[in-house]
Design a protein around this ligand. Structure first.
Ligand code: NAG
Ligand code: NAG
Ligand code: NAG
Ligand code: NAG
Ligand code: NAG
Length: 658
């Protein structure tokens, strides 16, 4: 995981969110100055360095009002020299966690043309990346081949005449990337700043819009600590305005906002043409660009063909699948060869393979992994259905000489429900793959011991701000630390004693996206009961389309704070596509009991993998399974009961309550 940022200041320039009203408001209220009261560049660097401990670099660029570039120089950004009147300063910061490529990379990357890229992501398809190459380098070369003519002013998919048949546009290139990413790119020829996040928001990117208190425009992977406290008091949970919501004008101002998934740009030239000048400031409006890839559009719209079954469909389904105890010969009939669970299994395995291919891991790290006790890849592990499937698939993809770390947090020691299921899960994995060394890392803690850590996680989850977010954030943050105990007796390691251990795996597999796509939440059952298949389908679509806002940014920020990289096999583009092709009634059967009908398709996948016990595990959310929710309720609300009455999970954390 890398950390990226851009700080834009000075030069009578105010960068405003899209929408004429917002731009006009910005022009009327904001006086640009270099002295923001907000976050400092040093604070940003410190926060980003935790995500990318291998290297940190900056590029400062100074641009005049007429678009002339005065030159770029090192890391002395926002150094308080005030800058020259009329000169806009752009400071790019990039911290790198090296997980790919043969040679160390450092960011920001500067192309020969003078263009600059800071990038946080992986490319699994769309743009070719050779095994020994770093993604950033490949992406930069592709972006440099883009036409730089003035396509910026065009709206929507209108063809850009000067691109013609020659080059692709930046949105075209970005739309083809398969894999998670967030980036900021300065295209020098067109004097355009591009930024954005992949279509599912699998990597974090926050934006600070200019305010009267801090007129700078800032993008960053994460909010620095101690900063959210005094500035988030007025934060109100964002209004859900549908999947395509642009930066919402109606939401109350918070210092940081999540950048909604998409590609954005603004151009720093032609004041008269591209901006609105009033009083002392010229306002540049950020435009949202359309994705230019029809297969990606289909995933974003998330439309399923088969939603409501006919009687025929249900009876023929009963005859072909659904009974796991069928004889092997029947399971291998032509009918089941085409069956949905096999297809899902195949595409999931491919997804895990892409994300764990050691050839693509940074070779420098692998060399350190000579000792086979070391584990190159770890799994956030509860012993539940999703993490068991990931573990079994990783086992199939990774040479059996490597150990696999299973990371599990508990706030109630051995008694927490998930610890019990984690132990049962370990036993089952040992049964299906006895040669593999499986190492269950038990991370135990008590909430009362976590004062400093809670403060830190508060800033990481920001702008998310409820107790539920904080509980999940702490559980993920601790899990990603990898710092716990191993029971040598049950893991068959180190002469059977219980010993302290800290996982050093830089890549963490996480099951995010399984519940949203396969109807794993209790609320899905309620929707189905009240409104049938159509209602269930709508709820699931809403879940997938807002996962960036509810989960992904927060989870990415908490996990990468340890210099680790989360990878999400269930959110692979091809997995999403195949799951959408499966009729809804084969995905879930919510009139069947919990532990059977929910995530039915994944239960079948688990069966195919030989995971008989995991296949019948009910869902338990991380905050409940680890008992952090119970502990947090006692601490913040007096008791679990009082907390439930107050719907504690969704209560926002304000300063008084902390
Ligand atoms: C990225 O990888 C390429 C190919 O291995 C290499 O030539 C290049 O130097 C690397 N980039 C940086 C900035 O080190
Ligand atoms: C903004 O905050 C005010 C007061 O804090 C509140 O009354 C208003 O409803 C909020 N607006 C939105 C759109 O959330
Ligand atoms: C469901 O049944 C209808 C006929 O009742 C059939 O036309 C359709 O192809 C079936 N759909 C699936 C996905 O099997
Ligand atoms: C399934 O059937 C095919 C063709 O009939 C055969 O080649 C294959 O080996 C069978 N697989 C299993 C697991 O029995
Ligand atoms: C580990 O187990 C706990 C309970 O022990 C469970 O709630 C939690 O989801 C697991 N942690 C992770 C990171 O999967």
């Amino acid at each position: 995981m890398c950390g990226i940022a851009l700080v834009l200041s000075g030069g009578r320039v105010v960068v405003a969110r899209s929408g004429a009203a917002a731009a006009a408001a910005a022009a009327a209220e904001i006086r640009p100055s270099d002295e923001g009261k907000g976050v400092t560049v040093d604070e940003l660097k410190d926060a980003l360095r935790r995500r990318g401990p291998d290297s940190l670099g900056c590029e400062r660029l100074r641009v005049c009002a007429d678009g002339t570039i005065l030159g770029s120089d090192g890391c002395n950004c926002g150094g308080g020299d005030g800058g020259d009147v009329g000169v806009t300063e752009l400071c790019f910061i990039g911290a790198t966690l090296q997980v790919r490529g043969a040679e160390p990379v450092s960011q920001p990357m500067v192309a020969q043309s003078g263009s600059i890229l800071v990038y946080n992501g992986e490319i699994y398809g769309g743009i070719h990346v050779a095994d020994d190459q770093n993604d950033s380098q490949s992406l930069l070369s592709s972006l440099e081949s883009c036409c730089s003519c003035d396509c910026h002013a065009l709206v929507r998919d209108e063809a850009c005449p000067c691109c013609g048949s020659v080059g692709k546009s930046v949105p075209q290139i970005l739309s083809t990337i398969k894999g998670p990413w967030a980036l900021i790119y300065w295209q020098k020829d067109s004097k355009t700043v591009w930024f954005g996040r992949d279509a599912f928001g699998r990597r974090s990117l926050l934006v600070h819009w200019p305010t009267p208190d801090d007129s700078r425009f800032i993008l960053s992977s994460v909010s620095p600590p101690s900063f959210e406290v005094s500035n988030s008091a007025s934060t109100v949970k964002g209004v859900e305005s549908g999947p395509d919501n642009d930066f919402s004008e109606s939401t109350n101002m918070s210092y940081w906002e999540e950048v909604p998934c998409g590609i954005y740009s603004f151009q720093l030239k032609g004041l008269e043409k591209n901006s609105m000048c009033m009083k002392e400031a010229c306002v540049f409006e950020v435009r949202r660009r359309e994705w230019i890839d029809s297969s990606l559009d289909e995933l974003i719209q998330w439309k399923r063909k088969s939603i409501v079954p006919t009687v025929d469909n249900l009876t023929s389904q009963k005859n072909s699948v659904g009974d796991y105890h069928l004889s092997q010969s029947y399971r291998n009939s032509t009918k089941t060869d085409k069956n949905a669970a096999y297809r899902v299994l195949t595409v999931l395995r491919e997804s895990v393979m892409l994300r764990t291919n050691l050839n693509g891991l940074f070779q420098g790290d692998l060399n350190k992994l000579k000792d086979d006790e070391l584990a190159p890849i770890a799994i956030l592990f509860s012993g539940g259905l999703d993490s068991m499937i990931l573990a079994a698939l990783l086992d199939q993809c990774l040479d059996s000489k490597w150990t696999i770390d299973l990371l599990n947090v508990s706030f109630d020691g051995q008694l927490a429900p998930d610890r019990i299921s984690a132990l049962a899960g370990l036993k089952e994995l040992q049964r299906i793959s006895p040669i593999r060394r499986w190492r269950l890392v038990e991370i135990d803690t008590a909430l009362t011991n976590l004062k400093g850590e809670s403060e830190r996680v508060m800033s990481l989850i920001h702008p998310s701000n409820t107790y539920m977010d904080l509980n999940i954030g702490i559980a993920l943050w601790l899990a990603a630390s990898g710092d716990g105990w191993v029971d040598g007796r049950i893991c068959n390691m180190q002469d059977g004693s219980r010993y302290k251990y800290k996982s050093t795996s830089r890549v963490l597999l996480v099951g995010s996206g399984a519940d949203e796509q396969c109807a794993g939440y209790g609320r899905h059952r309620t929707k189905y009961r009240l409104g049938g298949w159509v209602s269930l389908d709508e709820e699931m679509r809403l879940d997938v389309q807002r996962i960036w806002k509810r989960n992904m940014g927060r989870d990415d920020r908490c996990i990468s704070d340890h210099g680790k990289e989360a990878r999400f096999p269930f959110l692979d583009e091809n997995v999403i596509k195949i799951l959408l092709e499966v009729p809804l009634w084969e995905i879930a059967k919510l009139d069947e009991p919990v532990g059977k009908g929910d995530k039915k398709i994944l239960r079948e996948v688990a069966n195919l993998l030989g995971l008989k016990e995991a296949a019948v595990q009910p869902k338990r959310a991380i905050q409940f399974g680890s008992r952090i929710a119970r502990e947090s309720n006692r601490k913040n609300f007096g008791s679990n009961r009082a907390a439930n009455q107050a719907s504690a999970g969704s209560v926002e954390i304000n300063q008084r309550a902390r």
